[in-house]
Design a protein around this ligand. Structure first.
Ligand code: FE2
Length: 165
């Protein structure tokens, strides 16, 4: 369904379990970057009303995801920390040709954003199924609410306060 040609190596979860703080910080920045990218579409293509409307909703949604992960960092006694270089994104961008029209540039940015989202979705499922840390596994298994992370979504409790049984 996601159209990814190669699955993530399941051993990746073992690496995650040894670096929970690092993974959560990286995840938080991924959400922030998704929001920032949506803002860059608004600034770059203000004449595309439909796109601007969609990006306004996306900024709110991605920042709500950022808050969920940031809340989890705090709950676990961590802080956000500095952003690290994102080699995956840098390498992915090199697959797209340089130059071209403004429209080409928009399509390329939307395509690589879709690839990043597809890989994230695949990895969240892997985390939800394989993590031994059951609270974190549950965090990654929950449906992501739109726009407002503080709305009750399950059993009347906010997303960030749910604990595994
Ligand atoms: Fe997100």
């Amino acid at each position: 369904m996601l159209g990814l040609q190669l699955p993530t190596d399941p051993r990746w979860v073992n690496i995650v379990e040894k670096n929970i703080e690092e993974i959560l910080v990286d995840h938080a920045y991924c959400e922030q970057k998704a929001a920032s990218t949506a803002i860059s579409f608004i600034i770059g293509f203000p004449e595309k009303t439909e796109l601007v409307q969609a990006m306004i909703d996306l900024v709110a949604e991605e920042m709500s995801h950022f808050k969920m992960v940031h809340d989890l960092l705090i709950e676990r006694g961590f802080a956000l920390g500095r952003e690290r270089k994102d080699e995956y994104v840098n390498q992915l961008m090199q697959f797209f040709p340089k130059g071209g029209s403004k429209e080409d540039h928009l399509v390329h940015k939307l395509l690589y954003a879709a690839l990043i989202e597809a890989r994230s979705c695949e990895r969240f499922r892997l985390l939800s199924e394989k993590l031994e840390d059951k609270q974190l596994a549950r965090f990654y298994s929950l449906p992501v609410p739109m726009a407002d992370a503080n709305k009750p979504i399950k059993n009347g409790k906010p997303y960030s306060t749910l604990k595994a049984n």
